[in-house]
Design a protein around this ligand. Structure first.
Ligand SMILES: Nc1ncnc2c1ncn2[C@@H]1O[C@H](COP(=O)(O)OP(=O)(O)OP(=O)(O)O)[C@@H](O)[C@H]1O
Length: 276
């Protein structure tokens, strides 16, 4: 893609964004990550900067191994930060906390428990003072929202992979976190189920307006879901290479997004970044 064409796509995308004066909910400040390896230290991320507004949905794309999961697990507080700070709602994080919920590629449910019990475990921890009924109602509300209204009492082993990931999404939203972190949550699903779960995710997110950060390898998914696509450079010393706002109106509808006259410009822009 020609430089001028890229500049025009950027200009047009930014011009379609209304002034966004929401406060920052998530800030990654000068983030560096060094893994010790038998061959010496490996600097995956170096002085990475990223700010995400309250209620914003961003997707992160980048080549395999550039450090996307490393970044996400550091934001989650599950991976030590070698340098810099992650701030949630203005406060530096110190490890994992209920203000951040994570959905991984594999939902890792307790197989002997029902869908409801799997969601309830986290809810009990986050809302210890709620009554039993209140806790169960929160779980049922979110399980219903993800389309499992008739499956509360099914054991995890009785659920398909897609249904298990629905439980994973319900479990994350039920914790009412400030930030939702999604690490390729649909990566293991067939394309039909993937599409269904993208819709489910968007529907619940639209209601809750939680700040969301999602890693994906799928450029179309990144466009369909996000307000802004963040492009990471390849490692070592990876950082944010570029970003592209996706100004399509919300609530989004897949057909309207695909038919939007700018869709293929945005797609081409992101593919061009990945191909260079
Ligand atoms: N615990 C670790 N020790 C040493 N190196 C690691 C460790 N975890 C990850 N790495 C390396 O850090 C780099 C980034 O890994 P990471 O999983 O964050 O990348 P990614 O962009 O999420 O990859 P993918 O898209 O394939 O999931 C890779 O080179 C990986 O081999």
């Amino acid at each position: 893609m020609e430089l001028l064409e890229k500049e025009n796509i950027q200009k047009k995308a930014w011009a379609s964004i209304l002034k966004d004066d929401r406060p920052d909910m998530l800030v990654c400040k000068d983030i560096t990550k060094i893994y010790p390896t038998p061959k010496g230290d490996y600097t995956v991320l170096s002085d990475l900067q990223l700010s995400i507004k309250q209620g914003e949905f961003i997707s992160i794309i980048g080549h395999s191994g550039c450090g996307k999961s490393t970044l996400l697990t550091m934001i989650a507080g599950l991976n030590e930060i070698s340098g810099g700070q992650v701030l949630v709602d203005g406060t530096p994080i110190a490890g994992a906390g209920p203000d951040r919920a994570v959905v991984f590629q594999s939902p890792s449910l307790f197989p002997w428990m029902t869908a409801l019990q799997n969601v309830l475990i986290g809810v009990k921890q986050v809302f210890p003072h709620a009554t039993k009924k209140e806790k169960v109602d929160i779980c049922k509300y979110y399980l219903d929202k993800v389309g499992l209204g008739n499956d509360f009492h099914k054991k995890a082993t009785e659920l398909s992979q897609g249904m298990q990931q629905r439980v994973g999404i319900a479990r994350a939203f039920a914790l009412k976190p400030k930030v939702l972190l999604l690490d390729e949550p649909f990566g293991m699903l067939d394309s039909l189920t993937r599409g269904e779960l993208q819709d489910v995710l968007l529907e619940v997110w639209q209601k809750e307006k939680i700040t969301a950060v999602m890693i994906t390898h799928d450029v179309d998914e990144s466009i369909f879901l996000a307000d802004r696509v963040i492009m990471m450079t390849s490692g070592p010393f990876a950082k944010i290479g570029d970003e592209l706002p996706i100004p399509f109106e919300r609530p989004r509808n897949r057909k309207a997004v695909l038919e939007h006259p700018d869709y293929y410009d945005y797609r081409g822009y992101l593919m061009d970044f990945l191909n260079h």
